[in-house]
Design a protein around this ligand. Structure first.
Ligand SMILES: [Zn+2]
Length: 58
């Protein structure tokens, strides 16, 4: 994991960016693959995912 990811500053991958079902945007972090979400003009944040999914990605 990069230092930026450790600090919560993930970098959304442009190729994975898509409209999310909630009306915002969704993407995967370019560095660590964590699912990110963005609502309106807010910052990118790690998506609220069930713990089982997060563990399966490790
Ligand atoms: Zn990341």
């Amino acid at each position: 994991m990069s230092l930026f990811c450790f600090l919560g500053r993930h970098k959304p991958s442009v190729s994975s960016m898509a409209r999310s079902k909630k009306g915002g945007h969704a993407a995967l972090c370019d560095n660590c693959g964590v699912p990110l979400e963005k609502i309106d003009n807010g910052p990118w944040r790690p998506a609220q995912a069930p713990a089982a999914i997060i563990q399966a990605r490790r």
